[in-house]
Write a protein that binds this ligand. Structure first.
Ligand SMILES: [Cu+2]
Length: 403
């Protein structure tokens, strides 16, 4: 019998030291940022025990039986920037698929709040915060090509909460600048799941709170259903990633700026330790989903709102509407019905469904209203259609009362 070793649990090898976990800790103590260093091409210079561990790790994968891919059809899924969803089927047709996707670990300077000048060297998948939404069905395989551009400053990887083994794939996907890797995993649990970068040690929250997270939706093959098994379909998806940022400030209370990704590492750790985010925003920046960027729907349209929060609890509320169906945990359990405010456990993605009945502007907020109003966690949905006085009517407009 082949002994199985979980590659992701190798904690003490020199390989992992260089890949972030210990380096991150050292950088935290020294105040220096932890940058990617060139990958070594061989193991002769590392201690024998670590070399043996690396070899055993590689052997474990080589010796394991080859995955049976017969019966699968290969398809490509073109990922799109949030708040939009890739083209997909709600009810799976045909047999299981191998869904090929491509992501780049792009590091880019992003304005978080134009009013204050707050900015961040965002660490991203495909340049957006959150990373793109991936959609598959139970029984499908997701095959990710993950590329770290040559000009990156840091190493990255990806932990899919929807996957099984090797730290969600985190242990198999460390890519240095100029490297790429391919990971294939099978979707076995239906639901919305977060994914995020997890290079090791303090670098994990650092990367996650710099935007490096997103969501996978694994649909049941028969699509979504209510408690009685009746089909529930949606017309649109609103993909919302809530991001808590901990942006360093100077002694005057101004947000600090940095030359390159990673330069803020020591300052960021100090800010993160307060557990007090400077911003809680939807889709990367204050106002990313309000005003001109508001999402637009029509009366009668059914929207599936997917909410991702990789690090911190949240409690969305749709002001003026409801969650007709809410899946807080998975699609394996019947949805909650007619919910006022629902819960996003930090480290998850979840879904809620609503059919608009009135026109107007709806605010989708984190109903910690301080976070919604002062820290940025607000989106707007502009809905067009005909007003229904049966549901609400202004009987008397505000006017002075007689005294
Ligand atoms: Cu990363």
């Amino acid at each position: 019998m082949t002994k199985q070793i979980n590659p992701g649990l190798v904690q003490t090898s020199r390989r992992n030291v260089l890949r972030g976990s210990v380096l991150a800790g050292a950088a935290a103590m020294s105040g220096a940022a932890a940058f990617a260093t060139p990958r070594r091409t061989a193991t002769p210079n590392i201690p024998a025990p670590s070399a043996r561990f690396i070899e055993a790790e590689q052997q474990a994968q080589v010796q394991a039986p080859t995955a049976d891919l017969s019966g699968y059809t290969r398809v490509k899924q073109e990922l799109v920037a949030p708040p939009f969803a890739p083209v997909h089927e709600q009810v799976a047709t045909g047999g299981p698929k191998i869904i090929e996707i491509y992501m780049e670990t792009t590091e880019r300077l992003m304005v978080v709040d134009e009013d204050t000048g707050a900015s961040v060297w965002a660490l991203t998948y495909n340049g957006s915060v959150p990373g793109p939404l991936i959609i598959c069905h139970v029984g499908d395989m997701v095959e990710l090509t993950l590329r770290n551009p040559v000009d990156s400053m840091m190493e990255h990887n990806i932990d899919f909460h929807a996957s099984t083994g090797a730290l969600g794939g985190g242990g198999l996907t460390h890519v240095y600048p100029g490297e790429e890797t391919v990971l294939r995993w099978k979707a076995t649990k239906p639901g919305c799941f977060t994914y995020h970068c997890a290079p090791g040690g303090a670098m994990i929250p650092y990367h996650v709170t710099h935007g490096m997270n997103g969501s996978v939706m694994v649909l049941p093959r028969e699509g979504l259903t209510d408690a009685d098994g009746n089909a529930l379909t949606y017309d649109s998806i609103a993909y919302i990633g809530e991001q808590d940022y901990y942006l360093p400030m100077d002694e005057f209370g101004d947000y600090k700026t940095y030359e390159v990704a990673g330069d803020d590492y020591a300052d960021s750790l100090d800010a993160m330790r307060t557990l007090r985010p400077t911003h809680c925003v939807f889709n990367g920046a204050v106002g990313a989903l309000t005003g001109e960027n508001a999402l637009k729907f029509n009366v009668g349209e059914t929207v599936l709102m997917i909410h991702n929060q990789a690090n911190r609890d949240s409690r969305p509320h749709l002001i003026g509407g409801h969650g007709n169906y809410v899946w807080e945990t998975s699609f394996s359990t019947p949805p909650l019905k007619d919910v006022e405010t629902w819960f996003v456990r930090g480290g998850t993605a979840m879904a809620s469904m609503y059919t608009f009945e009135q026109p107007g502007v709806y605010a989708y907020v984190n109903h910690n209203l301080i976070e919604a109003s002062l820290l940025g966690a607000t989106a707007h949905f502009v809905v067009e259609g005909e007003w229904n006085n049966d549901l609400m009517e202004q009987v008397v407009a505000p006017q002075a009362f007689e005294t």
